[in-house]
Design a protein around this ligand. Sequence first.
Ligand code: ZN
Length: 122
Amino acid sequence: MQPSRRGPGAPVTVRRAHPPRGENWEHGRVDLATFQACMVETYGERDRARGTAATVAWLAEELGELARAVRKGTRDEQRHELGDVLAWLASLAAQLDLSLADAAQRYAHGCPRCRARPCACP
Ligand SMILES: [Zn+2]
């Protein structure tokens, strides 16, 4: 007898550090925390090995590509570059041990200066 062998039909639970792609991904409604966790799962080890300086350089390069796409790209190209910028931003946040979702909280109550929505700053 092999007690460690699972019987047929027994659920195999794969514990992941972070939630995998779910229905929210399929409907384009992923939250920032899930997105960041998935970026860490996908690229985290490699990105950490590169370090924050290299990640900032890649983020800046992707921002340049986004700027170009905004000026003369198609909507598909603009969406593509937005995704790349977001991915590098998530990687940078993770390497800094910061949460993108926490960072977004700065704007949870509208403008951080005047606290109004829309901003009422002069
Ligand atoms: Zn304001």
